[in-house]
Write a protein that binds this ligand. Structure first.
Ligand SMILES: *Cc1c(COP(=O)(O)O)cnc(C)c1O
Length: 417
C-alpha cells in the first residue's frame, strides 16, 4: 500500500527518524574502553525520566514484562503476600506473573474502566497489623482500558496506614508521557519498556529501584539469574553490563533521552494531554452510541483512549477495516474487552495532524461497518480543540514577508548538472 502506515496502537509507537538513524550503525565491542561513557550516561540520565535522584536505574534487554519480573524477583520471596488491584489486562498479567513466582496475591477486583482504589488499599493495609503484606502493585496507566490511576493517592493511603509495604508501579504506558514522580510518590520500583513513551522499538525493560527496594534484596529469595540486580549493579559500576547489551537499542535510548530533554518533560506531558483531549472531543462528537471505557474524567488517560462500541457491533471489524482499507493500525480490545472496544494510542512522537489522520481513518472504518457516527464530526471537534489551544505563533520575520528583497546568494547559485 502506498503512503505511510498510520501506527496508532498504544505501543509500539512511532520511532522518530532521529532515533532510527541513531540506531543504524555497525556493532562495536561492548567491553571496549569507550563503552562505559555510553552506558554510564544512560543510567544517569534515565533517572530524570523517572523523576528520581535517589533511585537506581536498571536496563535489561527485555520488555516491560521483564521489568515486572525483575522488580518482583529481586525484592520478594516465594510465599510473600502482596496486594494488587486488578482493573484491566495489564494489571491481570502482572498479578499472574507474581503468582507464577509463588507470591500470594490479595487481589482487589475493580470494574474495568476504573482505576486503583486508594481508599480500599488504605483500609486493607491498616487492618494488616502484622505487616504481612509486603508490597502493593499498581498499574499507573492501564493500557487495556485507557485509565490512569492516582499513584500519589495510593502513596498517601499507604502512609496513612503507616504500613511498610513496598510500592511497585508499572509505568510502561505512562513514563515519559504522563507525569510520573518516583521520588515525590516514594515509588520503590518503577517499571517501563522502550516501545511506548520512549519512542524506541521493543527490546528494553527499564526498572528504577529506590534505596528501600535495593535493601529488600538482602532477604529476597526468589530465584533470579538474568534479572539479578546484584550482577547488574556490579557490572554497571564500571560502565558495563553482565552480558551482551543491545548496542542499537542503547544508541537509540541515548537519542530518545536527548529528544525528551530538548522538548522538556513537562512540555511533553502537556502535549499528550492536549492531544488526548482532542481525541476525547472527537469521541463525544461522533455520537453513534460510542462511549469511553474510562468511567469518569479523573481516570481519563492521556496516552490511550479506549472506545466502546454499541452492543451488536464488533469492534474487531472496525480495526480490521481500518487496517486493510486505510492502512491505519488501531489497538484491539484485550481479553474480556475483545470485540467491545478499540483503542487509539496517542503517545510518543506525534502531533495534531497525525492524530487527525487517525481520527479520520477510525471514523471512516466505523461508518464502513455500519456505525452511525456523524461524518466529519470527530475530526472537526478535535481540529477545533487543537486550533483553540494552539500555542501563539510569533510574527513572521520581516524578510520573509518582503517580496522586494533580492534572492539569497544560495538560491542564485548555479545548478550543475
Ligand atoms: C505494554 C505494557 C506492558 C507490557 O509490555 P511488554 O513490553 O509487551 O512486555 C505492561 N504494562 C503496561 C501498562 C503496558 O502498556
Amino acid at each position: 500500500m502506498p503512503g505511510r502506515n498510520f501506527l496508532f496502537v498504544p505501543g509500539p509507537t512511532n520511532v522518530p527518524e532521529r532515533i532510527l538513524r541513531a540506531m543504524d550503525r555497525a556493532m562495536e565491542d561492548h567491553r571496549s574502553s569507550a563503552f562505559p561513557e555510553l552506558a554510564t550516561g544512560l543510567l544517569r540520565d534515565l533517572r530524570t525520566v523517572f523523576k528520581t535522584t535517589t533511585g537506581q536505574a536498571f536496563l535489561f534487554p527485555a520488555t516491560g514484562t521483564g521489568g515486572w519480573e525483575a522488580a518482583l524477583v529481586n525484592t520478594r520471596s516465594p510465599g510473600d503476600r502482596i496486594l494488587a488491584p486488578r482493573y484491566g489486562q495489564f494489571s491481570h498479567l502482572w498479578i499472574d506473573l507474581a503468582q507464577r513466582h509463588g507470591l500470594r496475591v490479595d487481589i482487589i477486583d475493580v470494574e474495568w474502566g476504573e482505576g486503583a482504589p486508594a481508599d480500599r488499599i488504605g483500609e486493607i493495609l491498616s487492618q494488616d497489623k502484622q505487616h504481612e503484606i509486603k508490597g502493593v502493585l499498581i498499574v499507573h496507566n492501564e493500557t487495556a482500558t485507557g485509565v490512569t490511576s492516582d499513584v500519589g493517592a495510593v502513596r498517601k493511603a499507604i502512609d496513612a496506614a503507616q504500613h511498610p509495604a513496598l510500592l511497585y508501579v508499572d509505568g510502561v504506558s505512562s513514563i515519559g508521557s504522563i507525569d510520573f514522580r518516583m521520588d515525590e510518590w516514594n515509588v520503590d520500583l518503577a517499571i517501563t519498556g522502550s516501545q511506548k513513551g520512549l519512542m524506541l522499538p521493543a527490546g528494553l525493560g527499564l526498572v528504577c529501584a529506590s534505596p528501600k527496594a535495593l535493601a529488600a534484596r538482602e532477604h529476597a529469595k526468589c530465584p533470579r539469574v538474568f534479572f539479578d540486580f546484584g550482577d547488574m549493579i556490579r557490572a554497571n559500576a564500571t560502565g558495563y553490563f553482565p552480558y551482551t547489551p543491545s548496542i542499537p537499542m542503547l544508541y537509540g535510548l541515548r537519542e530518545s533521552l536527548d529528544i525528551i530533554s530538548e522538548e522538556g518533560l513537562d512540555n511533553i506531558f502537556a502535549r499528550h494531554q492536549r492531544l488526548a483531549e482532542g481525541v476525547r472531543a472527537a469521541v463525544r462528537a461522533w455520537g453513534g452510541g460510542l462511549k469511553l471505557c474510562a468511567k469518569a474524567p479523573k481516570w481519563y488517560s492521556n496516552t490511550v483512549t479506549a472506545i466502546m462500541v454499541p452492543e451488536g457491533t464488533n469492534a474487531a471489524d472496525v480495526i480490521d477495516v481500518a487496517f486493510r482499507r486505510y492502512n491505519l493500525a488501531l489497538g484491539a480490545g484485550l481479553a474480556r474487552m475483545a470485540g467491545k472496544l478499540f483503542r487509539i494510542g496517542h503517545l510518543g512522537d506525534l502531533n495534531e495532524l497525525m492524530l487527525l489522520g487517525a481520527l479520520a481513518g477510525a471514523e471512516m472504518a466505523m461508518r464502513d461497518v455500519g456505525l452511525p457516527v456523524t461524518p466529519g464530526a470527530g475530526v472537526a471537534a478535535a481540529a477545533e480543540h487543537y486550533r483553540s489551544t494552539a500555542a501563539p505563533v510569533a510574527p513572521r520575520a520581516a524578510q520573509a514577508q518582503s517580496p522586494s528583497l533580492p534572492p539569497s546568494p544560495s538560491s542564485r547559485a548555479p545548478v550543475r548538472a
